[in-house]
Design a protein around this ligand. Structure first.
Ligand SMILES: [Zn+2]
Length: 381
């Protein structure tokens, strides 16, 4: 049974009209839960804080054969906050040809609509799938990924997964990893009028170190490319008294590729400090956060999920699906690294994610639905 284009669109528009900026996912979660319950699927609510914030949802269509492979379709419920520069109301979808302008239109309410329509069609068909189809809708992906982390902690499991993030022309079969470091730099306080004869300015030491850090070598991976450094924040200084600043703190963002670890990166920073002669005045630590840092991963291009998805894509779109690697991190990192679930990141796209005038593509949402349906039938039937 083909899917209903009209129903798919109205779900998409409904989702776009419900604001779901990270930390305010309750309303959209209620909507999605309602859609699943209307199909007689049981929904499990997951709250990472044991309160009502950051709700995520898990559901499944039980397969008939316990030994058959299972598949997870997953997406995130939240969006980033509204940025400046929107020409239209970000919570009122505006259609222009194939484009739909709204916050989350690309990242990633099209993916959510495609998952929901996929489940509806499969339910209506009444085809008994051998393998179980798991569904998950995560909160806080744009924040600390509390939703996916908590669902994995509570037993979210499958043999493979499609993360319906907005990558349509090129599916990602690997992501880099990422760490954040706090670098504490000490100086020696003294009266500012005596400086530079006495005192050691922590801001100057930290600035030299910041430049040295961005020049540090990184590993080069044949698939993922290079690791990168980015100084994201500098804090310190004294404005109100005539004193040489004795404290400065850097926040250092580090994307990593295989072979690079939190310890090796921290070690690099330490060595750079020693080279500048301030080794004993610098302390490096992983910046504390409420969920684990995301490690990088790569799944084999020959994985049955990848080949099945590629076949479905070519059948529906008429050209081969490219495979690639994403330079950032997303919930797929947790699925693969913490959940041991091979994951392909593929879903309807558009342009302008995390910026003003973001739009999604209606055609890609329809095509993604067909591709998900084909993939589910081929992997689980
Ligand atoms: Zn996203």
């Amino acid at each position: 049974m083909p899917f209903s284009e009209e129903r798919l669109r109205s779900t998409y528009f409904d989702l776009l009209k419900i604001p779901s900026v990270t930390g305010s996912e309750e309303d959209i979660a209620r909507y999605v839960a309602g859609q699943l319950e209307a199909l007689d699927l049981g929904v499990t609510w997951v709250h990472p804080d044991d309160g009502t914030k950051w709700p995520s949802l898990m559901a499944r269509m039980e397969g008939t054969d316990r030994n058959a492979p299972s598949l997870l379709l997953i997406g995130h419920l939240d969006t980033v906050a509204v940025t400046q520069g929107w020409r239209t109301d970000p919570f009122v979808p505006v259609v222009e040809g194939d484009r739909v302008y709204a916050l989350g239109a690309c990242d990633m309410k099209g993916g959510l609509a495609a998952i929901l329509e996929t489940v509806r069609v499969l339910t209506e068909e009444g085809t008994a799938l051998r393998g179980t189809l798991h569904l998950a809708f995560a909160s806080d992906e744009e924040g600390l990924s509390r939703g996916s982390h908590e669902m994995l902690r509570r037993g979210l499991k499958a043999d493979m997964a499609i993360m319906a993030e907005c990558r349509f022309r090129q599916a990602a079969i690997g992501f880099r990893g990422r760490y954040g470091f706090l670098v504490h730099v000490d100086g020696i306080s003294a009266h500012a009028s005596r400086y530079p004869h006495v005192g050691e300015n922590a801001l100057i030491s930290a600035s030299r170190l910041a430049i040295a850090i961005e020049e540090l070598e990184t590993a080069d991976d044949p698939y993922m490319g290079k690791g990168t450094w980015c100084i994201r924040h500098i804090q310190g200084g004294i404005r109100d008294t005539l004193s040489v600043p004795d404290r400065c703190e850097l926040f250092v963002d580090r994307y990593v590729v295989p072979g690079e670890t939190a310890a090796s990166c921290a070690g690099q920073i330490g060595k750079a400090a020693e080279k500048l002669g301030i080794g004993n005045r610098v302390r490096v630590e992983l910046a504390p956060r409420n969920t684990p840092y995301m490690e990088g991963f790569r799944i084999p291009g020959e994985h049955p999920l990848v080949s099945t998805l590629k076949e479905a894509y070519e059948r529906n779109v008429g050209r081969p699906l490219e495979l690639g690697y994403d330079p950032s991190v997303c919930d797929s990192n947790y699925l693969v690294v913490l959940g041991n679930i091979p994951t392909v990141t593929f879903g309807p796209s558009g342009e302008g994610l995390h910026g003003p005038n973001e739009y999604g593509s209606l055609r890609e949402i329809s095509q993604a639905t067909e591709i998900y349906l084909d993939t589910v039938r081929n992997l689980l039937a």
